[in-house]
Design a binder for this molecule. Structure first.
Ligand SMILES: *Cc1c(COP(=O)(O)O)cnc(C)c1O
Length: 424
């Protein structure tokens, strides 16, 4: 469910024609739907209400202050993975006492900043990190709230680069080590063990990994309590999948059905860190066709968005639906089969890399120079992972609300590209 739709062969974001936005703000352009953001956050808030959840929107999926403010005003909290993200949520007006801080490499400076801002919990990933947090807390004469990040050795069945809860990747610790660290926390007055954290990977399209992981978490909570810890939180991270191809995503209620009863029986509160589920289907990337060409028996649609804007196809072999904003053919229900009146094309950008593509062999209606093209489900890990590769200024971002729209990040200029370079 999202608020991008075609009416009389014209694409709208809520009540605004996409082509109008492209003409007004230029391309490439990120367009976000506020209604879609709130719809997905609301779905999670409702589905998990029974276990008094703290929903921590994962800032790394899309960190624009305009998006963070929408989240904050709708009652979301935040999951951050760096001092920079912590700075952003403060700037968005967040209550930092509900912020969770994850990541394998927190520096002393980041730990201090988080403590001074009363972070809800550090998701601790190693013994060395626990020692560093204790030292910084001691120097500030504070008690640091920690959750131990377990690697539950659960297979999330996602891309190798986005699976995080399987033995052998860099995240978290096994259950034996977590028990050793729990003993260490107990004898250290600078630390307080609040909970268990896990993040299995992303995007996840079945409930099985969560069902398996939450039972492991509840077992560990029981063990920690026996040792004398006041362990009150189970944090299951993010990872809920979205509709990239068609309607393959599960509703939040499906995940809640396997998670809520276990968390409730454990007498815990639940923290979640959804990013993609909230913002993924809430954003699209608009671009414009520069040229088309036929070469080597193939049709190439060369348009002005590239891997520096949206790296997911190159990096994760990701699939994004692509269709013109004013198509001559109605959009199909299934983009992965032959479409009458269409021809397979590689949708590529101007970057000097063969890996610079948004889609390969994609069935598309006839397109020509100047046509506006939409790449769907691009709100998460799109702009957030963008770069200036090939000295391409980063695209602008626009937030649509009903029939209104506003710029939430201006397009970078060529002057911006060199602004930080010194010693010339
Ligand atoms: C990336 C990440 C998330 C968010 O994942 P989504 O798939 O966007 O929901 C949550 N928690 C942690 C620790 C992460 O690294």
């Amino acid at each position: 469910m999202d608020f991008f739709h075609y009416k009389n062969r014209e694409l709208y974001c809520e009540d605004v024609p996409a082509a109008e936005l492209a003409a007004r703000y230029g391309t490439p352009l990120w367009v976000y739907s506020k209604k879609t953001l709130l719809h997905h956050l609301g779905q999670i808030q409702t589905a998990f209400a029974e276990v008094d959840p703290v929903i921590c929107y994962s800032v790394k999926s899309n960190s624009n202050l305009g998006i963070l403010k929408v989240m904050q005003q709708a009652g979301s909290s935040f999951d951050v993975v760096s001092g920079g993200e912590f700075y952003r949520v403060k700037a968005a007006g967040a209550d930092t006492s509900k912020v969770v801080f994850a990541g394998v490499g927190k520096t002393d400076e980041e730990i201090r900043f988080a403590l001074e801002n009363n972070v809800l919990m550090f998701n601790v990933e190693s013994e060395a990190e626990l020692d560093a947090i204790a030292a910084v807390a001691g120097s500030l004469q504070r008690v640091a709230p920690v959750a131990l990040r377990l690697n539950p050795d659960v297979d999330a069945k996602t891309h190798a680069k986005t699976t995080t809860g399987k033995k052998g990747n860099k995240f978290g610790m096994d259950i034996e080590r977590a028990e050793q660290l729990a003993d260490k926390v107990l004898s250290d007055s600078r630390l307080s063990l609040r909970g268990i954290h896990m993040h299995l990977g992303s995007p996840i399209l079945t409930t099985d990994p969560y069902a398996e992981a939450v039972v492991k978490a509840a077992d560990v909570v029981a063990k920690f309590r026996k040792k004398g810890h006041d362990t009150r939180w189970i944090n299951l991270g993010g990872g809920f999948g979205i509709n990239y191809r068609k309607q393959e995503a599960l509703p939040a209620s499906a995940f809640a059905a396997v998670i809520v009863p276990v968390v409730k029986a454990a007498g815990c509160r639940l923290a979640l860190e959804p990013g993609r589920f909230i913002v993924g289907n809430s954003g699209v990337l608009l671009s414009q066709v520069i040229y088309t060409k036929r070469e080597g028996g193939k049709l190439f649609v060369i348009q002005d968005a590239a891997m520096n804007d949206l790296v997911r196809p190159a990096m994760y072999d990701a699939f994004h639906r692509i269709w013109p904003a004013k198509p001559s053919i109605d959009p199909p229900a299934d983009y992965e089969v032959e479409i009458p009146g269409c021809e397979p094309a590689d949708v590529v950008g101007p970057i000097c890399e063969s890996g610079d593509y948004l889609a390969k062999g994609r069935w598309l209606p006839p397109m020509s120079r100047g046509d506006v093209v939409c790449t769907f489900s691009a709100g998460a890990y799109g702009m957030a992972m963008s770069s200036n590769y090939n000295s391409r200024p980063r695209a602008a971002e626009v937030l649509v609300d009903g029939n209104t729209h506003k710029l939430i990040r201006r397009r970078e200029t060529v002057e911006d590209l060199v602004a930080h370079e010194v010693g010339l």
